[in-house]
Design a binder for this molecule. Structure first.
Ligand SMILES: *[C@@H]1O[C@H](CO)[C@@H](O)[C@H](O)[C@H]1NC(C)=O
Ligand SMILES: *[C@@H]1O[C@H](CO)[C@@H](O)[C@H](O)[C@H]1NC(C)=O
Ligand SMILES: *[C@@H]1O[C@H](CO)[C@@H](O)[C@H](O)[C@H]1NC(C)=O
Ligand SMILES: *[C@@H]1O[C@H](CO)[C@@H](O)[C@H](O)[C@H]1NC(C)=O
Ligand SMILES: *[C@@H]1O[C@H](CO)[C@@H](O)[C@H](O)[C@H]1NC(C)=O
Ligand SMILES: *[C@@H]1O[C@H](CO)[C@@H](O)[C@H](O)[C@H]1NC(C)=O
Ligand SMILES: *[C@@H]1O[C@H](CO)[C@@H](O)[C@H](O)[C@H]1NC(C)=O
Ligand SMILES: *[C@@H]1O[C@H](CO)[C@@H](O)[C@H](O)[C@H]1NC(C)=O
Length: 449
């Protein structure tokens, strides 16, 4: 008897769970009224091959992201998301409406995001996660009302195209899906560009740090099935090859990402591999050739304020704090650095010049933050001039010239050749102000156990 009851109960449970479990199955078609709930180990809508899935992804303990991801590989790899700037709590819901809209709402029913509606469309609709990674809402006659491929976030996939006015916007950081500081955009004039944004406002403020120069002729960016990425003219001819590689689509998953640090990268992942440490590998660093060369009149440059950029592996920037400075946020190197000492006081009475010293950094420069320039002086004069000036954070000396620089330092970069050509000096020394506390710290350290 007890057995029968539990049998009936489990049968009842099965019936109750059925509407959920159908979502997790291999059904690629969803009809109006279908929904998903944000919860731990929640259901999702997979593509027929199972390569991609649409649903909720938990982001740390912060909440859930409505997203599309690679579903057959262990690494969480999100390729599209709806609410990167506004994560939703457990119990939130996404539903396909009769009108053909995807509506994301929080547990109180407040709307968080919705897909654009198919203008006044009233026919029967369905939605499907396709094997290309494109999530589509389609009408009965096969017309697309909405496609995730038309609204990319930071990623493009093979078979995806990007038309004029569309863009990939980098994430804020590796783990934070909010919009960040860099974008890869096909401008409405046909010019394909990489540029910085006036964070946190989603508007570009500076000249591009890379551009195709195809004003008037650029029509769309194509990521073709075999993994080549190029810009075409209206007639389909290739104007600019962005990336090409020789891996096969049968063997590799591919994606191109506008990375949070400003570099556009083409990744590949071997599909069926017995290699236990299988991972996304870089097929090519698409651009720019040297991220540290980003120079903006207004803005911090490639790295955050008071830091400097050194070109690292795979074209990625290493953002470094100069001696005496530390990261504002140890988890966010792009946020810049702060002085790890009390700055020199400009109060004549309490100003203690002798408590400060200068440290030398070779081949580093911060253009644009000059407020003083002196010619025909000696290095010693330059040193003293900076130490005796409460505004002076950095002094640059070379070829008999001395520059004084102020906080916050911007566009910092380490590159011997560049500084040599730009400032036209043979020998360059850079000095950073430091409080004497830094030296007592040093003494303590050497005395240590
Ligand atoms: C989710 O799945 C993981 C791994 O299978 C498991 O450890 C965890 O208990 C599950 N959580 C819930 C709420 O079911
Ligand atoms: C869906 O079905 C296809 C064959 O039609 C199969 O190759 C694939 O593995 C299935 N996916 C899932 C998630 O079950
Ligand atoms: C992501 O970064 C933004 C900007 O700093 C911040 O407002 C937001 O809270 C962060 N989100 C998460 C999930 O940490
Ligand atoms: C192309 O347009 C951009 C603005 O989108 C402009 O800065 C640039 O000078 C133009 N280049 C050419 C070659 O016309
Ligand atoms: C993709 O583009 C490359 C370069 O133009 C070309 O060689 C290749 O045949 C194209 N592949 C497909 C499937 O169109
Ligand atoms: C296609 O358009 C480009 C740029 O507008 C032009 O240079 C090229 O000659 C055209 N090719 C053909 C075959 O019409
Ligand atoms: C396994 O995969 C990793 C990451 O892609 C790669 O670095 C390594 O060389 C591979 N090992 C073998 C034996 O193929
Ligand atoms: C620098 O000093 C030298 C020697 O006093 C003088 O000949 C030269 O004209 C000066 N240069 C400038 C730029 O003032």
């Amino acid at each position: 008897m007890a057995l029968q009851v539990s049998y009936l109960l489990s049968l009842l449970l099965l019936v109750l769970l059925l509407p959920y479990s159908t979502f997790a199955q291999n059904s690629s078609d969803q009809s109006p009224g279908s929904f998903l709930i944000a919860q731990e180990n929640g259901s999702y809508w997979a593509s027929p091959s199972g390569d991609f899935a649409f649903g909720f992804q938990q982001i740390g303990n912060e909440g859930y992201l409505l997203a599309i991801w690679f579903n057959k590989i262990p690494e969480e790899t999100i390729v599209w998301s709806a609410n990167g700037d506004n994560l939703v709590p457990t119990g939130s819901k996404v539903e396909l409406t009769e009108g053909g809209q995807l509506v994301l709402s929080d547990p109180t029913g407040t709307g968080i995001w919705k897909s654009e509606s198919g203008k006044g469309y009233l026919g029967v609709v369905h939605a499907a996660m396709l094997d290309t990674g494109n999530f589509v809402v389609a009408s009965q006659d096969g017309g697309h009302l909405w496609r995730s491929f038309d609204h990319p976030t930071d990623t493009m996939l093979p078979t995806q195209t990007m038309s004029r006015g569309r863009k990939l916007v980098a994430h804020y950081s590796e783990s934070n899906n909010s919009k960040g500081r860099f974008q890869f955009a096909l401008n409405t004039d046909g010019n394909l560009v990489l540029q910085t944004l006036a964070y946190p406002i989603d508007y570009w403020s500076n000249t591009a740090y890379w551009e195709s120069g195809t004003n008037g002729s650029g029509f769309q960016v194509v990521f073709n099935e075999s993994g080549s990425i190029y810009l075409t003219a209206t007639n389909g001819s290739i104007l600019k090859t962005v990336s090409s590689n020789s891996v096969s689509k049968q063997d590799f998953y591919q994606r191109v990402v506008m990375e949070y640090d400003g570099v556009l990268i083409h990744y590949g992942y071997q599909k069926s591999s017995t290699n236990t440490s299988n991972a996304w590998s870089i097929l090519s660093v698409v651009m720019p050739p040297n991220i540290c060369e980003i120079t903006e009149q207004i803005g911090s440059g490639a790295c955050g304020f008071n830091s400097y950029c050194e070109l690292g592996e795979y074209g990625r920037p290493n953002c470094i704090c100069p001696t005496g400075y530390i990261l504002i946020d140890p988890n966010d190197v792009m946020k810049g650095c702060r002085q790890n000492f009390l700055p020199q006081s400009c109060d004549e009475a309490s100003s203690k010049t002798d408590q400060f010293d200068l440290r030398e950094l070779v081949s580093v420069n911060w253009p644009f933050t000059d407020y003083g320039r002196y010619v025909n002086v000696t290095e010693d004069w330059c040193r003293k001039a900076c130490l005796g000036d409460c505004f002076c954070a950095v002094a640059v000396f070379g070829g008999g010239q001395c520059w004084k620089k102020k906080i916050p330092l911007s566009n910092g970069k380490k590159d011997p050749s560049e500084i040599g050509t730009k400032l036209d000096v043979s020998e360059l020394t850079l000095l950073v102000g430091c409080l004497s506390a830094w030296f007592s710290f040093q003494i303590l350290e050497t005395k240590g156990p």
